[in-house]
Design a protein around this ligand. Structure first.
Ligand code: UD1
Length: 340
């Protein structure tokens, strides 16, 4: 049973990935500083899988704590690195916090991995690196565009740091996964997305509006050059996304990777407009959503959806669940947390 470290393992994508890792028989150690997550998530994971992961409350910005961790857990066979800050607006207001949280921590982890005999590393990247791509669907070869925010920049710089490290490392193998828009939750509604404060992302804002926490959803712009005028994104179910991490890790553990730094898009390949997401939500929930058309949001790209062939053929992974599945699970989760 290989021991896998999941940093940020109590977060939204991290917790779903821990569940899938445990289902595949991996022993999981979670590091999380609880800055944007709750310790109760550990109970949710345990209730789903019947097995409590090892948990260490640790802040990866403390270099000596990272060193100590790897001394104790020198049998770690792979690391899935989710721990990072992810709010675009906050990153614009406090860039140094983002560079410290997302870059320093990455460097400290890689420094320790370089001391191991063999290290396998999966990095959470984002389709934000493509900006507004010139061609759709977006392939992994699409050029990386200048970042729109410090958050986006940390994903680009993060990939560069890993690539440069892999060039000179005999033992490090890494995969960067570029997520499109992760949504939904585990079907059990025992874990899910837990936004702190007012959600910035579309789906939690929809479910919080429907449950009565927010008065009205603003649809940011209906004058884009798309069929219904609203922006298009590739919404991927978080459980599908979590499974992709397990497949990517297994690829590295089985030495099936072609180079020691690989990049994959993770999306469904289908673009949905904001109005289509709202319709999907209304269809599966039976609710009528209170929304209005509002001005465009600064920094939004018009359309982004993934070319999925590389992930399908090379990684051997594709998404299974639909947008309706994702919206139904997000709604079930929203109702579950408000009942508590
Ligand atoms: C956002 C980030 C992206 C990050 C991703 C992480 C921005 C500009 N981009 O992506 O860098 O990787 O989250 O999840 O913040 N929308 C509304 N009303 C709302 C909220 C959103 O109409 O209240 C629309 C947006 O205009 C967009 C779509 O819904 O067209 C999706 O928005 P969101 O969930 O914030 O994701 P992204 O902007 O794609």
């Amino acid at each position: 049973m290989s021991k896998i470290l999941v940093t940020g393992g109590l977060g939204f994508i991290g917790s779903h990935t821990v569940v899938e890792l445990q289902k595949e028989g991996f022993e999981v150690v979670i590091i999380d500083n609880l800055s944007n997550s709750s310790i109760n998530v550990l109970d949710g994971i345990t209730a789903i899988t019947g097995k409590k992961p090892i948990f260490e409350k640790l802040d990866l910005r403390e270099k000596s704590a990272v060193q100590e961790f790897f001394k104790t857990h020198n049998d770690v066979k792979g690391v899935i690195h989710f721990a990072a800050s992810k709010a675009v607006g906050e990153s614009v207001e406090n860039p140094l916090l983002y560079y410290e949280n997302n870059i320093n921590t990455l460097v400290y982890v890689l420094q320790e991995l370089n001391k191991l005999k063999e290290a396998n590393f999966i990095f959470s990247s984002s389709c934000t690196v493509y900006g507004q791509a010139d061609e759709l669907p977006i392939t992994e070869n699409a050029p990386v565009k200048p970042a729109e925010s410090p958050y986006g920049n940390t994903k680009q710089i993060g990939e560069e740091i890993i690539k440069d490290t892999c060039k000179v490392s005999a033992q490090l193998n890494a995969i960067a996964l570029r997520y499109f828009n992760p949504v939904g939750s585990h079907e059990s509604a025992l874990i899910g997305e837990l936004p702190i404060g007012v959600p910035q992302n579309l789906v939690p804002f929809i479910t919080q509006t429907a449950i009565g926490l927010r008065e009205q959803l603003s649809v940011f712009g209906d004058d884009y050059p798309t069929e219904d005028g609203t922006c298009i994104r590739d919404y991927i179910h978080v459980v599908d996304l979590a499974k992709a991490h397990v497949v990517a890790l297994q690829r590295l553990l089985a030495h099936k990777n072609e180079t020691n730094f690989e990049v994959f898009n993770l999306g469904t390949g289908t673009g949905s407009s904001v109005l289509e997401v709202i319709k999907s939500f209304e269809r599966v929930s039976g609710e009528t959503l209170n929304y209005k058309i509002a001005p465009r949001r600064a920094g939004d790209v018009i359309a982004a959806y993934a070319h999925t062939e590389k992930a399908n053929k090379v990684l051997g992974w594709k998404s299974d669940l639909t947008l309706d599945d994702a919206m139904a699970s997000a709604w079930k989760w929203e109702k579950h947390i408000r009942e508590q």
